[in-house]
Write a new protein. Structure first.
Length: 142
């Protein structure tokens, strides 16, 4: 089971990195109009504010490939473990994955309304929660 916890930690960490990367890109795209002339002189290219829904959609689509395996592994751990502490922790991680997936699907359906500039920290904070929960589960004893 420890290997499964480590795999979930890895997928959650990748989700955090993707979310932060796209969040920074979207934040820079939203603030680009203030420094566009300076950035063009220095050779920096940022995304345009019109590209924010596209970037949000891409971020939601990419993180979906890491969230679904993490959710499935978490459900597998919940079903197979005999320890009550790990079962309780798995329920918490399962809820975190569920909330992230809810916002992921909302972003896929309406990227204008649920963009990463306003909702991206949900991915980051709840993924960090799943990392913490699975880290604790590795060291939990009977």
């Amino acid at each position: 089971m420890r290997k499964l916890h480590l795999i979930i930690i890895l997928t959650s960490f990748i989700t955090v990195l993707i979310s932060l990367g796209y969040g920074i890109t979207i934040q820079n795209a939203g603030d680009n109009f203030l420094t566009a002339h300076l950035n063009s002189d220095d050779g920096f290219n940022y995304s345009l504010p019109e590209e924010i829904p596209t970037l949000s959609f891409k971020a939601a689509m990419i993180t979906l490939f890491f969230l679904i395996p993490g959710l499935i592994l978490q459900l597998y751990i919940f079903k197979k473990t005999n320890f009550k502490q790990i079962k309780k922790l798995s329920i918490g991680a399962f809820l975190c994955f569920g909330i992230i997936l809810l916002f992921d699907f909302l972003t896929l359906l309406a990227p204008h309304d649920y963009n990463f500039k306003h909702f991206g920290m949900i991915w980051v904070l709840l993924s960090l929660s799943t990392i913490f929960i699975n880290g604790v589960s590795i060291f939990a004893r009977k």
